[in-house]
Design a protein around this ligand. Structure first.
Ligand SMILES: [Zn+2]
Ligand SMILES: [Zn+2]
Length: 405
């Protein structure tokens, strides 16, 4: 079994129908809930501390939500809180957890620049739970072993952070050491092998809890200074909605169990990931584009695909906090979009009178040329960056550590 195939803790119902099979084992609701509550039981083993902590933090956010709704409710504060949760927290997740911590799409200038970005919003998701399992998702998208396999159903994905995203508890020292390398750049101090054997995790509970407390105290205090308990409770309360909502994202991002890909919009054909307007606009998650170029610092390529995470990365680079990034926009146009437009153009030319083919051809020619120009402008603006071709590369070939079979 490959390295990425053995680093997640297998649920009692298994990822596949049998150890030798690649067929997904779809558990019942009862099996999912049984696994969920078994893994949250910290009295059974201290190794359950991390999923327990993750859900404790999420559920704790219901308290400020209730206080806001009871004592401070106003539509204005609700909209401010929602905008913060959906846009700031959503985009921050893309910037820090997704593009940096998992895919190393860019490099910070120094650890202080990284510290600022790491804490740029209210902390909800432990790095370890996100990062390790997300590598596995890219390695086996929609196949047995994918921690949020869309074919497992909504609940399979919603409970995934507890049921499918935890690291395996029986890793030998060599595998554990290799696993720590996937986190070495994130700023998370990882456990020794002896600590891992006690806690079952890469991060230590004391440091993790301290980080949450310090982060929440800082942000609650900051919003309190700006707008009192009313604003703090509005923001933290809406963060609760985001914390639950984000658990549904991976199901939505892969078509909610149906092939919803659109010709001319979704160019990655290896899985059912789709480019969606809402997660694209609020968080820069154009998920089909992302599966095409997983380690790029941008996933919004087309003119209408606003990518706030990319805008932040560009801005932070401009002020000196980021020293380099990877961008695949040119490759996207060269390998996918331009060929698509040219095919469309030739089809229009050959099909004849359905529309005015002369004006359609002219429009498409202008479109291709303009997009080339835009790509080249970007390249000229950042001549120091390399633009390796990602298309056709498997993620394993792009991982920073050797992956054994
Ligand atoms: Zn995906
Ligand atoms: Zn990814």
């Amino acid at each position: 079994m490959s390295f990425l195939g053995r680093i997640l803790e297998t649920p009692a119902y298994g990822f596949a129908t049998s150890p030798d099979s690649e067929e997904l084992r779809v558990p019942s609701r009862q099996e999912l809930f049984r696994e969920f509550f078994t893994r949250l039981n910290v009295f059974a083993t201290p190794k359950n501390w991390l999923p327990f902590w993750g859900w404790t933090a999420t559920v704790a956010l219901i308290a400020p939500l209730a206080i806001f709704l009871t004592f401070f409710f106003s539509w204005k504060l609700m909209i401010i809180g929602l905008a913060y949760a959906m846009i700031v927290m959503g985009t921050h997740g893309t910037i820090y957890l997704h593009r940096y911590s998992t895919h190393r799409a860019y490099r910070f200038k120094n650890s202080f620049a990284r510290f600022l970005v790491r804490n740029l919003s209210i902390k909800v998701i432990p790095e370890e739970i996100y990062v390790i399992s997300h590598h596995v998702h890219h390695q086996f998208p929609e196949r047995a072993g994918d921690p949020y396999n869309v074919h497992g159903g909504w609940l399979y994905c919603f409970l995934a952070d507890v049921n499918h995203q935890l690291i395996a508890r029986d890793l030998d020292e060599k595998d554990y050491s290799q696993l720590t390398k996937l986190m070495s750049h994130t700023g998370v101090r990882t456990n020794s092998y002896a600590q891992y054997q006690k806690w079952g995790s890469l991060c230590h509970p004391a440091r993790t809890v301290f980080h949450y407390v310090a982060n929440w105290a800082f942000w609650y205090g900051t919003f309190f200074v700006i707008g009192g308990h009313a604003l703090s409770c509005a923001v933290f309360g809406m963060a609760a909605i985001w914390a639950f909502g984000v658990r549904t994202y991976n199901y939505d991002g892969h078509g909610r169990g149906k092939d919803r890909r659109q010709h001319g919009v979704d160019f990655n054909t290896r899985d059912w990931s789709v480019n969606q307007i809402w997660p694209g606009y609020v968080a820069g998650e154009w998920h089909n584009n992302h599966h095409l170029y997983p380690n790029g610092a941008r996933s919004g390529f087309l003119p209408h695909q606003l990518d706030l995470a990319w805008e932040f990365i560009r801005f932070y680079h401009w002020i000196g906090g980021i020293e380099s990034f990877k961008d695949y926009k040119m490759e996207f146009y060269r390998d996918h979009y331009d060929p698509y437009l040219l095919t469309l153009k030739s089809r229009l030319n050959s099909d004849g009178p359905l529309m005015n083919s002369t004006s359609a051809s002219a429009m498409l020619t202008v479109s291709v040329t303009a997009m080339h120009e835009e790509s080249r402008t970007h390249l000229t603006a950042h001549p120091a960056h390399s633009y390796p071709v990602a298309s056709g590369l498997h993620l394993a070939e792009q991982l920073p550590v050797p992956v054994e079979s």
